[in-house]
Unconditional design. Structure first.
Length: 380
């Protein structure tokens, strides 16, 4: 497979790298410490076109391919995984989902604001008892003719408070199980919609994660996405693409930690020489480099599959499973290379190690990716 980047790809990657270094790096430690959302930075990302990269230009999107998107995700994630999760959810789940399955009216009303960053989106599937087991939705949306009445609670919602528009998955007919699930666009300001307290997280602390409570929220019928009963497929199809974005995020965290470890090992001296001259460190760097390059191949393969309109359920799950393990392993080793300095905040790698963990959990845990992969290889 040819992964040769075009001039445009390189331009996008470099623009994302420059932005990350000039706008995200200053203050990233403080934002993590204070759990502060990167409001100004996300606004600028919207202005630069990083929030609706793959969406149709007709609705304000960049009309770019998935390869461009993963390159930008990787660069942003090398510096600030809290900013890149906002980017990932807005691009892969919200904008892509609406662009692909929304009605022209929904796109006009919502997508045009989401692609430019004027508004931020959230994707609401997980519940207290339906995280991995996504068919067990307890949130209900009862049909009342021209509208639905939405009730229930969603958990661990990225952009929980900063979002303006929420794609909410709910059960409309329990008898029909997953075929009785629908997806709705819900506005923050609607009566009965309450935002729960912010989660105090191990990593990606600059992003805001909340539970959401819906108490008799009236949702107009025109805000249902697709045909009646399409909601579960909508969620699965959207998440399949989302996993490529998170795989790119994991690749970026690994790459960022590796670059810092390499630089540090060339500067820090012990036993009379720079520590990169000791095999104990050099072999770690070799292992990190190889695993990152292997993860990159899987991420690119999944992105190219999506761009070529081939099935990417398997390649996306493989990319996410492997890249997230690499992010975890490499960031732990990067802390080790830094020794005592790795354990303090100023050197960034301890944050990257904490941020890496979520890539093995959200948008389907590693165990969920193994379900998708094993089913695909067994059933074809
Ligand atoms: N594309 C299209 N349809 C799909 C699909 C896909 N990728 N995957 C499944 N489906 C369809 C199946 O074909 C089936 O439809 P039919 O009955 O018509 O054939 C239906 O969906 C049910 O599929 P399964 O029988 O495979 O369902 P399951 O109950 O066994 O679950 C699962 C499959 C893979 C475990 C799924 O539940 C899953 O992905 N769970 C994890 C959910 C998840 O990722 N949660 C994360 C929350 S979002 C998040 O983290 C965002 C954030 O904030 C960052």
């Amino acid at each position: 497979m040819d992964f040769k980047l075009t001039e445009e790809h390189i331009m996008i990657r470099d623009a994302a790298r420059d932005f990350a270094n000039s706008e995200l790096l200053p203050g990233v430690i403080e934002r993590d410490d204070k759990q502060e959302f990167p409001t100004e930075q996300i606004k600028k990302m919207g202005e630069l076109g990083f929030l609706g990269m793959m969406a149709s230009p007709e609705y304000g999107g960049g009309g770019m391919d998935t390869v461009s998107y993963v390159l930008a995700m990787e660069e942003i994630s090398k510096i600030d995984a809290s900013a890149s999760v906002v980017m990932s959810v807005n691009n892969s789940l919200v904008c892509w989902g609406l662009d692909t399955f929304g009605s022209p009216e929904q796109k006009e009303k919502y997508l045009t604001k989401l692609t430019t960053g004027e508004s931020i989106g959230a994707f609401c599937l997980s519940e207290p008892e339906a995280g991995s087991d996504a068919t067990s939705q307890k949130t209900t949306a009862i049909d009342h003719g021209d509208h639905y009445i939405l009730n229930g609670t969603k958990n661990w919602i990225t952009n929980g408070n900063t979002a303006d528009f929420y794609l909410v998955i709910a059960q409309t007919d329990r008898e029909k199980k997953h075929k009785g699930i629908n997806a709705f666009i819900v506005e923050k300001t609607w009566e009965g919609f309450e935002i729960g307290p912010k989660e105090n997280k191990l990593g990606i602390r600059g992003s805001d994660t909340h539970s959401l409570i819906f108490n008799d929220v009236k949702v107009p019928k025109e805000n249902r996405i697709g045909e009646d009963g399409f909601g579960f497929k909508f969620a699965m199809k959207t998440l399949a693409g989302g996993r490529i974005g998170i795989a790119a995020q994991a690749l970026g965290i690994a790459g960022g930690a590796y670059e810092l470890a390499l630089k540090y090992s060339k500067e820090r001296k012990a036993f009379g020489t720079e520590i990169c001259n000791h095999q104990a460190i050099a072999f770690k760097l070799a292992d990190m480099h190889v695993s990152i390059e292997a993860a990159r191949m899987l991420v690119m393969k999944a992105a190219v599959d999506k761009d070529n309109k081939e099935n990417y359920d398997l390649s996306g799950a493989m990319a996410k499973l492997y890249a997230s393990k690499v992010a975890m392993d490499v960031s732990v080793e990067a802390v080790q290379v830094h020794g005592g300095n790795g354990f303090v905040k100023d050197y960034h790698v301890e944050r990257m190690m904490r941020d890496a963990k979520i890539t093995q959990i959200y948008e389907g845990t590693s165990e969920i990716q193994k379900i998708v992969i094993s089913r695909s290889i067994i059933n074809g």
